[in-house]
Write a protein that binds this ligand. Structure first.
Ligand SMILES: Nc1nc2c(ncn2[C@@H]2O[C@H](COP(=O)(O)OP(=O)(O)O)[C@@H](O)[C@H]2O)c(=O)[nH]1
Ligand SMILES: [Mg+2]
Length: 264
């Protein structure tokens, strides 16, 4: 199993998360797991912090991309390692998902191609919920995603996800959202290709220091545009919309949004 942890300026939050995950999975999944932290453009000391932890836990590795590839971009890079492992997943660097909750998701991978944690299903345990305005924007985003894609997933954005290698390999070339709407891209590409996604209630502790909450308006606008763009990419109209592509490119530049190099 390979666990990816995207991290951006996380020197304050990542160390306990890494140590907890490494110790937990060494005890419960010995010899069969690795952690890969994927950094990009950090302006703090995250890299040195991760390297310090890696000295104690050789299961921890790090990849550092200098370019601003975003959380989605970092995960797209990390998921390139899928062919080397049986299961591949990701969690946030701040420890919002405890390792035992992630382990529970792994326990259900026999029943689906991808298993995802949910904060919005009955049975979810929220030790500390997100602030009310975050939950409000999250529900608005959910309504848009449901309207555009109708996947019937209550929480596309919970960053606790694990999938079989085969599923990721099959859809990797369809991953093109570099920002925080990456999860919608992943889930829609999987379900569209006929893979089964199982959503299960999980455990969650909202952590202080969120970068999303501190730039909520810009992040939400970027996520909205990316979701609409994804809908267009998967629509028969897409080829005919090519002459209008500059509008999208302009919007992403104006919002300083991360983008992925596109094949076509
Ligand atoms: N590699 C990378 N990771 C990012 C970027 N932006 C956010 N992240 C990571 O994404 C995760 C979620 O960020 P966080 O601010 O905790 O968001 P929240 O929990 O949704 O409020 C953390 O692990 C961040 O370090 C980015 O631009 N690049
Ligand atoms: Mg967080």
């Amino acid at each position: 199993m390979l666990l990816l942890i995207p991290a951006y300026n996380e020197e304050e939050r990542i160390e306990p998360t890494l140590r907890e995950y490494a110790a937990y999975f060494r005890a419960n999944y010995s010899g069969r797991f690795e952690i890969l932290v994927v950094l990009n453009g950090c302006r703090d000391n995250t890299l040195a912090v991760v390297q310090r932890v890696a000295k104690d836990f050789p299961e921890v590795q790090v990849e550092n991309f200098p370019a601003p590839i975003g959380k989605g971009g970092a995960l797209i890079e990390g998921l390139r390692h899928a062919p080397k492992v049986d299961l591949i997943g990701y969690v946030d660097a701040d420890g919002a998902t405890p390792p035992s909750a992630f382990h529970q998701l792994i326990g259900h991978t026999e029943w689906a191609d991808c298993v995802i944690g949910s904060r919005w299903l009955d049975g979810a345990v929220l030790h500390q919920a997100q602030p009310w305005f975050r939950r409000f924007t999250s529900r608005c985003f959910h309504a848009i995603v449901e309207l555009l894609f109708g996947m019937g997933i209550a929480d596309t954005q919970c960053p606790a996800k694990i999938a079989h290698r085969t599923a990721i390999e099959a859809i990797h070339s369809h991953l093109r959202i570099a920002d925080l709407a990456f999860d919608v891209n992943l889930l829609y590409s999987l379900t569209h290709a006929g893979f089964k996604v199982l959503e299960l209630p999980t455990e969650w502790t909202d952590k202080l220091g969120s970068k999303v909450t501190s730039s909520l308006f810009r992040s939400s606008a970027i996520m909205f545009f990316s979701t609409v763009r994804l809908r267009l990419v998967y629509s028969p109209l897409y080829e005919r919309l090519q002459p209008l592509r500059w509008i999208g490119d302009w919007l992403y530049r104006a919002l300083r949004a991360p983008t992925v190099k596109r094949g076509k």
